[in-house]
Design a protein around this ligand. Sequence first.
Ligand code: ADP
Length: 829
Amino acid sequence: MGVEQLNPLEELRRRERQQALVAELGRSALTGTELPELFDEALAAAADGLAGARVEFCEPTPETTEPLITERELAAPIRGPERPLTVLAAHSTEEQPFSPDDGLFLRALANLLAIAAGREHADERRRASEASLGLLAEAGHMLASTLDYQETLVSLAKLVVPSLADWFIVDVVDDEGQLQRVAVTAADPGKQELLEELALNYPPRPGSRQPAGLALERGATVHFPAFTPEELRETTYDDRHYEIMVALAPHSAIAVPLVAHDRTLGALTFAWSESARTYGDSDLTLAEEVARRAALAIDNARLYRAEQAARDRTTFLGEASNLLAGSLDYTETLASVARLAVPRMADWCLFYMLSEEGRIERVAVEHGGGRQDVVRAILAGHELKPDAPSGVPSVIRTGRSELHSDATPVSLASDVDQPEELAAALAEVEVHSTMCVPLIARGRTLGALLLVSAESARRFSEQDLALAEELASRAALAVDNSRLYREVEERAEAAHALATVADGVIFIDRQGTIRVWNAAAEMITGIPASSVRGRGASELFPGWEQIAEAVPANTPAQAPTASPRTMPVTIYGRELWLSISRVASAEGVVFAFRDVTEDQRLEQLKSDFVATVSHELRTPLAAVYGAAVTLADRDLSGRPDLQRALIAQIVDQTERLTSIVSDILLTSELEAGRFRLTPGEIDPVAVARAAVEAARLRLPDGAEIEFDASPGAGTVETDAGRLRQVLDNLIENAVKYAPGGGRTTVHVAAEETLVRFTIADSGVGIPAAELERIFEKFYRLDPEHTRGVAGTGLGLYVCKELVERMNGRVSVESAVGRGSTFTVELPRR
Ligand code: ADP
């Protein structure tokens, strides 16, 4: 073969050109061009048809009496009556070696020259030569005119009979290597029937005894100048064959192989019978020339058909690819591809997919005639057997295609649970041929494509299988893409969820590297993801492994069995209480956590509160108890002042108890949302004055309270009792947190839109960092700081809640050791 192969299209073009040149020379010979001129024309035609080669006539030598075809040299002798007249030779260049076609082209030119040269001799020969040239010209024209070779060969047979034979046979090797008799023609209608019987029952094969069989085997012309009965018997298989042959009565015969492009495509058989003529050497040349043209026509038609088929395939695959690229819903897409494949490729087209659980599911069933419901109904209820040795499961398991050119319902049903039942159902429809190919993408088998030839009776070939494989690989790619896309989408959704979830989520891989650190984790820990992602967990949180161990693990994709664990975690020196849950998988461990530091602190405060309140209650109770016991046990009739003092103590301490208990009750009402104000039009100055007067009655030694109010304060719409409670509380604190005595100033200021109460003391003061927190429930300053002043931590909380419900505002200004000033502002309306 050549160094530089021409592609089929270029090859077709070169051949067409060569055929045109031969036809041109034939025409010129027929119109009586003188020999020398004809030889010049032949040389020019050779140079043209073998573009790039050097051509010449040379003296015949013993080596050049036979035609020569090599990649570098071509030689075609021009036969004379006894010996070659001259030799038409061609020499190739380096880049463009000769093909076998080129050799045949040069021989065709040489044969034409030989036939034309024959004309120069006797008259008889001249006529024969002229007839031959005419026949060749016509045959050439006919064979070149169409690319449907079967039709052309039938017309050729009609042309050959009766001018070159009494009967004529064309045998052609089909696509699958079988010899097909495509044309039989006899001048005598009686013989036509016999020939047809011969064609049906005694087709030649390479190596069989008929002339065509011999020609096929030898790849050369077989000449029977005259048959003896023995010779004729030799060519037959059996008695009937011989009987037919005797009736066909061949007198003389030629069989010529049809050779093109180095391939034997079939054979032509010419026979003289009733006309009792015989074939001579010049007939051989003519028969060979007819055969050469027929072979070229057949090969051209095949090339064309192959080209056409390739183009159809490309178009089909293009359309399929468009469909596949069009949508990301792959079941829908596979259904449309299946619709495209029928009836073009097959009568039924089915797609099977492997589910995540490893089950094979039928996802698309289409029928070329629109009877997919019938096919579906037949297949429904027949589960595929996963371990079937052939069919869809085996193709999916092995990743190898299966082609059954000759299939049956039984072979098609072999991969299901009840094969006999399905085969019986399938018997109602035809099953001729099947092929099944795997859908493979990125090395994984995703499913299979099954194509069935039914009513079209089409027989699938290796070529069809190749097309199916191409289609399957594109479908697999599309399925894979759509799955990848879905995964990416899911991942994006998961990422979104991670970013928005309130729980901190972190993922630490098997190597201990932090891979995920979501927005909530950033918030809770105060550490940005950018500074931890990709870093080792142990370097950031020494001892995280112990934490991991302390938190019971759950398993991915299962209902959690272990509840979260609340524990203190120190992150960058900051102690946080986190409620942590853990999911461990092969890839690593996911921690989800929630910041419960606040809840934890409240818990702590609550337990402190219980201790404080117990203490707070016990002190006044002890005092009341003491006073009451004294009053009961001792006769104090002579000591009225002591009596009064004891009773005053009981009253005092009971008030204190009541106030503690009422703070506790009020707190629980506020928390439960059951609290309601009872507003009314009140005089703020009067309320404040009453509070101051009540406080003065209980003032410890060394303490004093001053009161003043700006004139014309007017009225406020609010709950008088609750306002009084707020002021009582603040005045009590002012006195209380000035242990050892101090001055408290209560002032009421009226402005246009609000009334402002200021309670300023000269007590211990409050550190700036605590100013916010003292209003929190249960919150108390360090007893060191307040020099052991008792309290529940509820007073300011209650104040703040009440004032806010009155639509007012309470605030504090203070400095340690310099006293505190609390301000309550209430709107007038
Ligand atoms: P308690 O019953 O402890 O007084 P409060 O809620 O009334 O509870 O006050 C909360 C804390 O705020 C007190 O424990 C105290 O430390 C601080 N505090 C309140 N009022 C004053 C004040 N006038 N001067 C200094 N500290 C104060």
